[in-house]
Design a protein. Structure first.
Length: 292
């Protein structure tokens, strides 16, 4: 599951952000636009609040299936939460405690942590361990469980989430990011145009080749290349996947149907060296633009 359900606008266009006065990237605050800030969760209460936001989006809105205990608590929670960092977008204009101000979240898992806790979450669907083993000199970073409350699915929120991921990647010297991008529903054929476009135009190659696990593999090559209208395919694409493509991302071989989350997942692979210079310049090559 997923790096979807964010803005209906571009991940990357417009807006501006700045760090709060007297705070820096090293303190976990990555940026601010108006009353919105992005930073890491600072305590268990904030992680619990992020899980509540995820429950509202994934279960109540998307009809994902969760364990009975998670349903009782009204939290989307799993064992990975204890080892991941939790990126937040908070709205300081909301009255209440900091955990009441959380409107969006992203779960981040860096390489060194994953290696001592059984690997990466996405390895349950895609052959991540094979990809990582081919690059012993590189540091990977996984993005997941991204969601934003409906009223905050705006350009500003998405921009702050991306800025947070970028600053975090620089902090931890990541060489590549990856994560599952989701199409709604469990019938890949309903997304034949978009999936076929991804297969023919953005597929992983060379050293970055990675595929869905054989027992889960669903074909993405559902239409011949000559039948694909690129404009219509991009229009049918979930907005965040389009955003990652603009950055320079590739898409793994094969899709996976996630029945629990009611999605069809593809793997997004984004080597840091492949990120478009336009966006590196915009957000800052060292994230210094967003520090005090």
């Amino acid at each position: 599951m997923s790096i979807e359900l964010l803005d209906r606008k571009s991940l990357l266009d417009g807006g501006s952000a700045s760090a709060a006065p007297g705070q820096s990237v090293s303190e976990g605050l990555y940026g601010r636009i108006g009353s919105l800030e992005t930073r890491l969760a600072r305590n268990e209460r904030e992680i619990d609040a992020a899980q509540a936001v995820r429950y509202r989006v994934f279960v109540e809105e998307m009809k994902a299936q969760v364990a009975p205990e998670a349903a009782r608590l009204q939290r989307d929670i799993d064992s990975w939460d204890a080892v991941c960092d939790h990126l937040l977008v908070v709205d300081r204009a909301i009255e209440g405690d900091p955990e009441d101000q959380i409107v969006g979240t992203y779960r981040l898992l860096r390489h060194d942590v994953a290696m001592v806790h059984g690997g990466f979450y996405s390895d349950s669907e895609f052959a991540i361990s094979e990809l990582v083993s081919r690059h012993p000199e590189k540091r990977f970073m996984e993005l997941g469980r991204s969601c934003v409350l409906p009223a905050y699915r705006t350009k500003r929120t998405v921009e702050l989430l991306w800025q947070g991921c970028w600053a975090y990647a620089l902090q931890h010297r990541a060489d590549a990011m990856f994560g599952c991008g989701s199409f709604p529903g469990v019938h890949p054929e309903e997304h034949a145009l978009a999936l076929s476009f991804l297969h023919h135009n953005t597929g992983v190659r060379g050293e970055w080749t990675v595929s869905a696990k054989p027992e889960l593999y669903r074909e993405m090559d559902l239409m011949p290349v000559e039948a694909i209208n690129a404009r219509k395919a991009l229009s049918a694409m979930p907005p965040l996947i389009k955003g990652y493509l603009r950055l320079g991302a590739m898409v793994g071989n094969g899709a996976v149907v996630d029945h629990a989350f009611n999605t069809t997942d593809v793997l997004i692979v984004l080597p840091i060296a492949s990120i478009s210079g336009r966006y590196v310049n915009y957000y800052g090559a060292d994230a210094g633009r967003f520090s005090s």
